[in-house]
Design a protein around this ligand. Structure first.
Ligand SMILES: Nc1ncnc2c1ncn2[C@@H]1O[C@H](COP(=O)(O)OP(=O)(O)OP(=O)(O)O)[C@@H](O)[C@H]1O
Ligand SMILES: O=C(O)[C@H](O)COP(=O)(O)O
Length: 393
């Protein structure tokens, strides 16, 4: 990282405002995956050991500038306290006199978690007034929220204009791993792009065409590419505004010698449910009233071979509707191949990370990013505002 990190500054006795990404999945108020909390422990423990007064801030969900009780950070404070093995004070607001009073009585090594920063309309607007109020709570700003680094918000970007600003250890790790992978990739470098949002993934494919040796396309994304080549895709997902662009990627890959892999067979279904009828068809055999839901067995084999013989694999987006068991085989095969690959495997957050976890293969991957959208924007080659705002080394 060409930005200063928490290791480059003196934090002893200082109040440190640490922006973390504790945007964890909740079900009936219980945290169902605490990865994002666990991944911030190195930074928090480092600050505790150095005698800093740690003030943590995060968003949770999208409350749109209003106080929403179900999106309070109370369960997160409890889980963090368990993980740290020490009490974590919790504020019911993120700014104001009551919060300031709580911050002012912290002893060295104490931890305070502020309330959800998105309860304030100024957060997502990057309002300098709100950023100033956050800054007034502390002496130093540490950004460890890689998952929110693509957002220019008051607690991720704005605050950095009012306090000395450095990166946390998770931020440093994410940028180093993803940066090293993409800037100087070990070859063959294989990028796997799946999922359902064609619009969101187009940018990443465009950038990958410049750096990858193999690009594997799967999931809902594939059908726009198949349709662009003239195949019938039935009721499968389609982004009809991006047909030409998809075709141009296939052409560009040919010109630049990139191996651009699309499915050769497909699992199709007549209904989006576990007990629906399914068939395996070639790409020229999708029935007009059925939809593609997973990659077929031949495709799985081809993709797995390419993945296993790669030196670097970066994966973003499932190969099919893996949440429904009969349509999970393609994603499972790709996850298994990543786990078995000799090379370095990086998962770009979001659903692919959830899939690897579900199949019990997460610990076989070399790096699972805590950023979904953030890792995607990073892979697109875009600057992340939460990183740009930090002090240069
Ligand atoms: N053939 C398909 N038809 C419809 N939906 C699909 C298909 N293949 C995969 N999906 C769905 O795509 C969703 C994930 O798509 P998305 O583009 O959000 O990827 P992602 O990996 O979550 O991205 P991010 O990592 O940025 O969060 C999954 O819920 C999956 O069920
Ligand atoms: O989950 C994420 O990708 C981050 O926490 C950012 O959340 P957002 O998409 O609501 O800004």
């Amino acid at each position: 990282m060409n930005k200063k990190s928490v290791r480059d500054i003196d934090v002893a006795g200082k109040k440190v405002f640490v922006r973390v990404d504790f945007n964890v999945p909740l079900e009936n108020g219980a945290i169902t995956d605490d990865t994002r909390i666990r991944e911030t422990l190195p930074t928090i423990n480092y600050l505790i050991e150095k005698g800093a007064k740690v003030i943590l801030a995060s968003h949770l969900g999208r409350p749109n500038g209003e106080f929403v009780d179900s999106l309070r950070l109370t369960p997160v404070a409890a889980r963090l306290s368990e993980l740290l093995g020490k009490p974590v004070a919790k504020a019911d607001e993120a700014v104001g006199d009551a919060v300031k009073a709580k911050a002012d009585v912290l002893n060295n090594g104490d931890v305070l978690l502020l309330e959800n920063v998105r309860f304030y309309p100024g957060e997502e607007k990057n309002d300098p007034e709100l950023a100033k109020q956050f800054a007034a709570l502390a002496d130093v700003f540490v950004n460890d929220a890689f998952g929110a680094a693509h957002r220019a918000h008051a607690s991720t970007e704005g605050i950095a204009h009012f306090l000395p600003a450095v990166g946390g250890l998770l931020m440093e790790k994410e940028l180093d791993v993803l940066g090293k992978a993409l800037r100087n990739p070990e070859r063959p470098f294989t990028a796997i792009v799946g999922g359902s949002k064609v619009k969101d993934k187009i940018g990443v494919i465009e950038n990958l065409l410049k750096i990858a040796d193999n690009i594997i396309i799967g999931g809902g994304l594939s059908y726009t590419f198949l349709k662009a080549q003239g195949y019938e895709i039935g009721k499968s997902l389609l982004d009809k505004d991006r047909l030409e662009l998809s075709l141009s990627f296939i052409e560009k890959a040919k010109e630049s010698g990139v191996n651009f892999l699309l499915p050769v067979d497909i699992v199709v279904t007549d209904d989006f449910s576990a007990d629906a009828n399914t068939q395996i068809v070639g790409i020229d055999g999708i029935p007009a009233d059925w939809e593609g839901i997973d990659i077929g067995p031949k495709t799985r084999e081809i993709y797995a071979d390419v993945i296993k013989s790669s030196k670097l694999v970066v994966w973003n987006g499932p190969m099919g509707v893996f949440e429904i068991e009969p349509f999970s085989h393609g994603t499972r095969a790709v996850a298994q191949a990543c786990a078995e690959a000799e090379g370095y495997t990086v998962i770009g957050g979001g659903d692919s990370a959830a899939a690897a976890e579900k199949f019990g293969l997460a610990d076989k991957m070399d790096h699972i990013s805590t950023g979904g959208g953030a890792s995607l924007e990073f892979m697109e080659g875009k600057a992340l505002p939460g990183v740009v705002a930090l002090q240069d080394k």
